[in-house]
Write a protein that binds this ligand. Structure first.
Ligand code: FMN
Length: 189
């Protein structure tokens, strides 16, 4: 059973993209018998890190735990809002915190906005950063426009069947990458 970590990136008061994280947790648990944990950056409430985790002298228990969860996950699904054409500082903070934990990790990205374009402008900058850190970004997208209308606060979609159909295609690619990565674990590359 794949173990999936969902990073909910927005720490904004009154955030809406967290709804998408809630939706994917339920979707994955219902349809793919995956073990899913939401890593909620608002709950972690991390400071802006002054150094990467491996160089910190007294790392916090929360930072160590976050790193362990990323390391242990078979795949990471990032749910990120679009802020001024980019992803939020809270997300960059935890990407840069780690290093080896990201290497070859299948990472799927769902971008979210309140406007009509679904946060699509985030994709290129976030993918580039993840590529630089040697994560394995999944070549499928899940943009969510008008998130405040698309989901209620519990992550229930307004149009359930339509959303589930879109999610199925996206998650299929994600799980393919997870499976492909697993099959390579014994190969010395
Ligand atoms: C600082 C800031 C910048 C934003 N910039 C954009 C933007 O460039 N494009 C966009 O579609 N929405 C933008 N939004 C609106 C977000 O898409 C909206 O808040 C959405 O619900 C996702 O973010 P949230 O999870 O923090 O709510 C911005 C919101 C904030 C707080």
């Amino acid at each position: 059973m794949p173990q999936i970590a969902i990073i909910s990136s927005s720490v904004r008061t009154g955030r809406n993209s967290h709804r998408v994280a809630l939706y994917f947790k339920k979707y994955l648990e219902t349809n793919h018998t995956a073990t899913v944990e939401i890593l909620d950056l608002a709950e972690y409430n991390f400071p802006v890190f002054e150094e990467r985790l491996k160089f910190q002298e007294n790392p916090s228990a929360e930072a160590l735990s976050f790193a362990e969860k990323i390391k242990a996950a078979d795949g990471v699904l990032i749910v990120t809002p679009e802020y001024n054409g980019g992803y939020p500082a809270s997300l960059k903070n935890v990407v840069d915190l780690l290093g080896e934990e990201w290497r070859r990790k299948p990472v799927a990205i769902s971008t979210v906005s309140s406007g009509p374009f679904g946060g699509m402008q985030v994709i290129s900058s976030l993918q580039f950063t993840l590529w630089k850190i040697q994560a394995w970004t999944v070549p499928a997208m899940f943009p969510v426009p008008k998130v405040q209308e698309a989901f209620d606060e519990h992550g229930v979609p307004a149009e359930h069947a339509v959303m589930d159909k879109r999610a199925a295609g996206f998650i299929k690619e994600f799980l393919w990458c997870i499976e492909a990565g697993k099959r390579m674990t014994d190969v010395a590359f």
